[in-house]
Design a protein around this ligand. Structure first.
Ligand code: KG4
Ligand code: ZN
Length: 351
């Protein structure tokens, strides 16, 4: 059972964790959300600077909590793709420096593989094969998992990710960044059936629709038109009903297409991960739909839905168990296909 120190700085959370196989020995996250909120979104330059400031303390903290010395680690892992290039560099350089200094293997991890692995941190981890609905700020994907490192993307968003749609609609409604938690809070007292909103479909050239793909741009435009016409009436905006109707349609479309994909693929287990997986309405709708359709379901633990390093550590432990580690001069990449996550463990350095 390998033990790793894992580092994550791909977006706006700096995080470190010590993980043994699927057990979190220590995990710490320093969120920069409050600082980015005043700009209405993540400012890459600020993100990189804050990671540089926060990461050393986080590493010290998790090493102390775990009670381990560097010599007690089987590897040091960093998220190396996808994400903001400058931000990714911070965990990459720190991780590789520590690995070199302490003579430990370095493991470069794909951020989305980390999200997939967050489901393994629950009490009752799913057994492959299964389908994962991965919904974060940057991605909305349906991924078939046949085992560690064996990932096939079956569905995706053609425009905004689900989290991005939450963030943009929150801004439209005058709510804070990040939009997901702000919309969820506003929606709590709202009527989710008050406004009928579109469930965007993606046309297939030659006719029909891609059954497992998503599009949120039409929904965003519909929200904009609705808000404008309500504003023209001069009455105060029915914020709670707008937020609840939006949250409801996003959750419905995600759940409907995921269940359909699982059934069509002959997969009897559906797993929910990523920042948007923290949404309670989505968690409830997915559980209810799976229950009705006799599918097993697993929800990533709430603490590991939004970005964290524990999930990166689980992914790294899986690779180390298979004998994989990365080149010490592996770089970072803003984009990289999830199906190619295993290539990050090949030598020589890819990027
Ligand atoms: O996975 P994550 O922390 O970062 C990325 O890898 O993108 O996801 C962040 C996204 C943001 O767009 C945020 O608005 C959304 O997750 N989010 C939520 C909730 N909590 C975070 N969306 C809906 N409901 C929530 N409770
Ligand atoms: Zn993420």
């Amino acid at each position: 059972m390998p033990t790793v120190l894992a580092l994550e700085t791909s977006c706006d959370e700096s995080a470190a964790a010590v993980v043994r196989d699927r057990t979190v020995l220590a995990s710490a996250v320093a969120s920069q959300v409050a600082e980015h909120a005043r700009w209405g979104g993540v400012v890459p330059e600020i993100a990189s600077r804050r990671h540089v400031e926060a990461l050393p303390q986080l590493i010290e903290q998790v090493m102390l909590t775990s009670g381990l010395a560097m010599a007690g680690l089987d590897g040091i892992a960093s998220t190396v793709t996808p994400g903001l290039a400058g931000a990714l560099q911070v965990a990459s350089v720190t991780g590789r420096t520590l690995a070199r200094l302490h003579g430990r293997p370095f493991v470069g991890i794909h951020h989305l593989e980390g999200h997939l692995c967050s489901a393994l941190l629950g009490d009752d981890p799913p057994q492959p094969p299964y389908l994962v609905l991965l919904v974060s700020g940057g991605h909305t994907e349906l991924v078939r998992v046949d085992g560690a490192g064996a990932y096939t993307r079956l569905g995706r968003s053609h425009d905004d990710a689900a989290g991005e749609a939450f963030d943009k609609v929150a801004r439209l409604l005058g709510l804070d960044y990040p939009g997901g938690p702000a919309i969820a809070a506003a929606a709590a007292a709202g009527d989710p059936r008050r406004f009928a909103l579109p469930k965007g479909q993606v046309s297939r050239p030659g006719g029909g629709f891609y059954p497992y793909d998503f599009s949120f741009s039409g929904l965003k435009t519909a929200m904009l038109r609705l808000v404008r016409s309500l504003e023209e009436s001069g009455a105060p905006l029915p914020l709670a009903d707008l937020a609840a109707s939006f949250e409801q349609v996003v959750a419905e479309v995600l759940v409907e297409r995921s269940c359909r994909c699982a059934r069509d693929q002959g997969l009897n287990t559906l797993v929910l991960v990523g920042g948007v997986a923290a949404n309670q309405r989505l968690r409830a709708l997915l559980s209810q739909a799976c229950g009705r359709q006799h599918l097993h379901w697993h929800l990533a633990p709430l603490a590991y839905c939004t970005d964290n390093a524990a999930m990166i550590g689980v992914a790294a432990c899986q690779w180390l168990e298979q004998g994989g580690d990365s080149a010490i001069d592996l770089g970072i990449s803003a984009r990289w296909p999830l199906e190619q996550a295993g290539a990050l463990l090949e030598r020589p350095a890819l990027f």
